[in-house]
Ligand binder design. Structure first.
Ligand code: R5P
Length: 283
């Protein structure tokens, strides 16, 4: 591995504990304006100091993230499809390697869709990207995307994760499964990071993080369970406490609760004013 590639890798996965908290905010690349990511300069920039990396597209990086932000960037470089297509697996490489270097990215992320109609194309995209990454010293994170009809179990995810590692991926991002997660981490020779998946109650998301770390994951590449929380700052601090701080679920939940904005009761006066304002709109 070249010095440059090792150096960039050490900016993604902290060398002191071999763990990482990656903040995934790339959802718009096929979903459009995802809830919580409508204005990333407001919702995501304040979280950046608590993330080991930000994972996003070049468009959002340039438009929403000030160039003075020091958090290492992992660029999402596969796409060219949308949620309106039934087959999301028809992806290509969407960002040129020159642009990745110009943007000073620490890594590149690309999805593979094992078992989907375009599995060959996406795995070939990965192999090509890894060749480019090796040439210029930029690590590649393979994302094991799950097609609509795929069963999300350890057998399938171990298959997809291992194929990504066999192609030469430096990190593999996959989903957590309760049943036999060790089969995934135990058969993948490179670090596995856990995607968060759909929004869960905060305590459940912290339980999942704790279990994934205990069962061999090197960290998380988490999105919705952080930025769609009622306290994104509380959640990213709590996830950090688990991943880097060795916190228990109870301890991490306390970190989240301590940061969560305390609710205010509506006063009777405020309630009356609201009714008056609503009435006025009917006139
Ligand atoms: C999906 O392919 C995107 O790369 C997201 O980054 C990924 O799903 C992780 O985000 P979340 O934790 O919201 O699932």
């Amino acid at each position: 591995m070249s010095w440059g590639l090792e150096n960039r890798l050490s900016r993604i996965i902290r060398p002191e504990d071999n763990r990482t908290v990656m903040l995934a905010v790339d959802h718009g690349y096929f979903l459009g304006p995802t809830s919580g990511l409508e204005c990333m300069s407001e919702s995501i920039v304040p979280l950046a100091p608590y993330a080991d990396t930000l994972m996003l597209t070049r468009g959002m990086l340039r438009a929403e993230i000030p160039s003075t932000v020091n958090t290492p960037i992992v660029l999402r470089v596969s796409g060219a499809n949308s949620v309106l297509d039934d087959d999301l697996s028809n992806e290509t490489i969407i960002t040129d390697i020159d642009e990745v270097i110009r943007l000073n990215a620490a890594g590149m992320a690309l999805s593979i869709f094992v078992g989907s109609p375009h599995q060959h194309q996406t795995i070939a995209n990965l192999a090509k990207l890894i060749d480019l990454g090796e040439r210029y010293g930029i690590p590649v994170i393979a994302v094991t995307a799950v097609g609509k009809d795929m069963v999300r179990d350890a057998r399938y995810l171990a298959l997809a994760t291992r194929i990504a590692a066999e192609m030469g991926a430096h990190i593999v991002k996959t989903y957590y499964v309760e049943d036999d997660f060790e089969r995934i981490t135990g058969t993948c020779p490179v670090p596995v990071v856990m995607a968060g998946g759909k929004k869960l109650p905060e305590r459940d998301a912290l339980e999942m993080t704790y279990s994934a770390i205990s069962r061999g994951a090197a960290g998380v590449d988490m999105g919705r369970n952080i930025f769609q929380s009622d306290s994104p700052l509380g959640m990213i601090k709590a996830v950090n406490a688990v991943v880097h701080g060795g916190a228990s679920v109870d301890e991490a939940y306390t970190v989240y609760m301590d940061e969560k904005p305390k609710g205010r009761k509506k006063s009777a006066a405020r309630g009356k004013k609201k009714i008056a304002a609503d009435d006025s709109r009917k006139i």
